[in-house]
Write a protein of this length. Structure first.
Length: 133
């Protein structure tokens, strides 16, 4: 199933292709985290970014078969944070991201199609302009 996620100001919008014989769609909102793991390679300690496979589901929305989109509103921007210091504002990657999965269900309640996890980044307003970070 093809899924597209677009960032909104304090939200995410997801749209998907129609699935034949779908009676309903389930939209899952997840939070995934990235951690740094230090490994020794040829006697040197290096950082390797490894994404955890466990995701925390924070919302499930059932959508009627006649709709192929849904918008999550009131979400915080979690993929970056800012810190003020003596040299101005510093941007930090938090390692947290939103992901969306869409499932299609038939009339018998069986899942007939599912999307992969799709990354979504919430927009915010900085200096009058919407941006991801």
């Amino acid at each position: 199933m093809n899924v597209k996620v677009c960032g909104l100001i304090e939200g995410l919008m997801v749209c998907w292709d129609e699935v034949n014989n779908a009676a309903a769609y389930h939209v899952h909102l997840l939070i995934g985290e990235t951690t740094k793991e230090n490994k020794k390679v040829a006697g040197r300690v290096t950082s390797k970014i490894i994404e955890k496979t466990n995701y925390k589901e924070i919302a499930i929305v059932d959508v009627d078969r006649n709709y192929k989109y849904y918008s999550f509103k009131g979400l915080a921007r979690i993929h970056v944070s800012y810190e003020w210091g003596i040299h101005g504002r510093t941007k930090h990657e938090t390692g947290s991201n939103y992901y969306i999965v869409v499932e299609a269900e038939d009339r018998q309640g069986k899942i007939i199609d599912s999307s992969d996890k799709v990354l979504g980044k919430v927009l915010s307003v900085d200096n009058g302009f919407a941006n991801e970070g």
